[in-house]
Design a protein around this ligand. Sequence first.
Ligand code: SF4
Length: 416
Amino acid sequence: MAQLDVQSKLAILADAAKYDASCASSGTAKRSSAGQKDGIGSTEGMGICHAYAPDGRCISLLKILLTNSCIFDCHYCINRKSANVRRARFSAKEVVDLTLSFYRRNYIEGLFLSSGIIRSSDYTMEQLVEVARSLREDHGFRGYIHLKTIPDADPLLLEAAGRHADRLSINVELPTVAGLTRLAPEKSAVRIEGAMAGLRHAIDDGRDATRRYKSAPGFAPAGQSTQMIVGADAATDRDIVGRASTLYDRYRLRRVYYSAFSPIPDASAVLPLQRPPLMREHRLYQSDWMMRFYDYKPEEVAAAADPATGMLPLDIDPKLAWALRFRERFPVDVNRAPREALLRVPGLGVKAVDGIIAARRWRRLRLEDVGRLTRSIAKLRAFLITEDWRPVALAERADPLPTAKPKREQLELFAA
Ligand code: SF4
């Protein structure tokens, strides 16, 4: 590997890290003010992303790979050993120095570190742990650290990672075992889930210990997350929702990130030639939200998908798709319905529902009262009964609702 300066390594390894989903800030349209007289700011650079801390704050992270060299050959990955890309590798010390210098300049509040597999899973994991250890122990770094862990690594190394990092993640990579076997032949679904189970126990034990003894060392207090690539294999949205829900249940994940497969330079011939619509990724995030915040069961979310194709509609959100499929449940009376029924009303969020429940203790709510709690009452009218409003039962309406009109074009999720 040619000798590169830190700046060149940063350009390569921050760019290579963009395929790791941990934030929504990296998909915007490219704009650069370099060389322009009247411009300021740029969205071209890689390397800084945003994530949510356990207390809900949005924090900026230096997001890089330790190396983009890898001994594995996962078809969908730009860093796979057979890909013809420029390689670079940071030493653990270089990552530590970069993190500290960015932190001191107030560019970042933490580090997101991933890596290709260098010599072996253990060797790579040792390097990742060394970065986190050195930041914490040698430099007293109190910022956020998210480490991508290697499932095959020695459990003792994963344990050490959890002592220093706030969050650990292990990618399941693909929604189905068949997809993983075909596209990442060196990876094993059993080993990946085994490592996730180990992390779950360590996180639970760590939480118990810190509850009992203040001085007990914590273990990955921000929990574990995973990432799934969407659109590289034949898995349907229904498959993906089912898999995500199993992972949440079994390993108590904080987040499942969905990453729309993106055709990479020098792509393997077994991959599709086109990326799936970005809106598909967005709809999956919405379905994830339905399970985590609106108490939908996975089979209910799956019922919002087209029965023939198993895909969620792209033109309307899955909560509305579900409501249109189960029209007999609407309209819902805001003055009497239980919280669960209100949460099913398309366009009513958790905050608005809690506001309705609090307000109706004192008075019977009218349409305008609900309007004060939401962004657009026009879209909700067909789904609600209020003191002064009773629409035709939804099941009796054959016309498409105003909210259900299909949009003509695929939206760019991050269009300016
Ligand atoms: S192990 Fe990770 S870095 Fe290596 S080829 Fe597979 S996905 Fe890419």
